[in-house]
Design a protein around this ligand. Structure first.
Ligand SMILES: [Zn+2]
Length: 285
């Protein structure tokens, strides 16, 4: 663990402001995005509890489901949407093969695009944080969220070294999407792999992101959360840790953050911020 200390949980080289940056809407100090990957049917069964926990504290989040690993409940998707949450697509089968070759990716992209459309979703996250930002242009998305500022514990550990979103452009055919890297460590890394018994690492990283005016984006997994407080499985941690973190943000950073869904943040980036950039580029030419 000590060998990663210079890049994790904080890589101090990730704070560079985007070009012509004029800040978050409402002059907020930082952006806050909560996302969940629902790995299995077990996780799906806990989504309502997680949704209620967040709603009680006044937060909204996105839930990413795996279309062909378990039966994704249309009722749950409708309920989440009804209460102002977002639904996204998390891979296709979650079998580790999505990025095996460009041919496989292309074949699967057809199916992923069908689920995006059927679910009225605009966001994607790859299983295991595998990523190829060029191939991802084949998806009909506003944003992808399969990267991270810094995370040496990932199988493809190439961090993007920024705590801001960024646009990914393809010239021909012209296509844009926004990449949203996660910037807070995953719950599974902290509470399952490292067996942490506090949220101190989240607090430390959040303070640093807030200081530099970036985007705090966290991934948690209902699969690993225990809401009952008893009969913990080896790959579970108390959902209370996550609740404690939300309460901490709410009280400690009151009015200082823009709590936003990833689809809203990517719209802001594509319509307001990137558009301004594109206009400036066009005017300069
Ligand atoms: Zn996953």
């Amino acid at each position: 663990m000590a060998t990663n200390a210079h890049v994790w949980p904080i890589n101090s080289g990730a704070t560079r402001l985007p070009p012509n940056w004029s800040g978050w809407p409402g002059q907020k100090q930082f952006a806050l995005i909560l996302t969940h990957d629902v790995e299995t049917a077990r996780g799906q069964m806990k989504c309502r509890a997680l949704m209620n926990l967040e709603m009680e504290l006044g937060f909204r989040s996105s839930f990413n489901f795996v279309p062909e690993r378990y039966r994704v409940s249309p009722e749950l998707r409708a309920l989440l949407t009804h209460y102002g949450f977002e639904v996204g697509v998390h891979g296709l089968k979650h079998d580790g093969k999505l990025y095996k070759s460009e041919k496989i990716f292309k074949q699967r992209a057809i199916y992923i695009n069908r689920y995006l459309k059927a679910w009225n979703a605009v966001g994607f996250r790859s299983p295991a944080m595998h990523h190829n930002l060029q191939w991802l242009h084949q998806l009909n998305i506003d944003y992808d969220a399969s990267t991270f500022d810094t995370d040496p514990f990932e199988p493809q550990p190439d961090g993007v070294k920024t705590i801001f979103p960024f646009s990914v452009m393809q010239i021909s055919p012209q296509h844009w999407y926004v990449e949203l890297p996660y910037t807070l460590p995953q719950d599974s890394t902290l509470f399952i792999f490292m067996q942490e018994h506090s949220i101190n690492i989240w607090k430390e990283k959040l303070a640093w992101i807030a200081e530099h005016g970036g985007m705090a984006l966290v991934i948690t997994h209902p699969d690993y959360m225990n809401f009952s407080g008893t009969k913990f499985k080896v790959d579970e941690y108390p959902a209370q840790y996550y609740a404690e973190f939300l309460q901490y943000i709410h009280y400690y950073y009151q009015d200082q953050y823009w709590q936003v869904l990833p689809k809203e943040l990517s719209r802001f980036w594509l319509n307001s911020y990137s558009l301004k950039q594109k206009t400036e580029i066009a005017q300069a030419m």
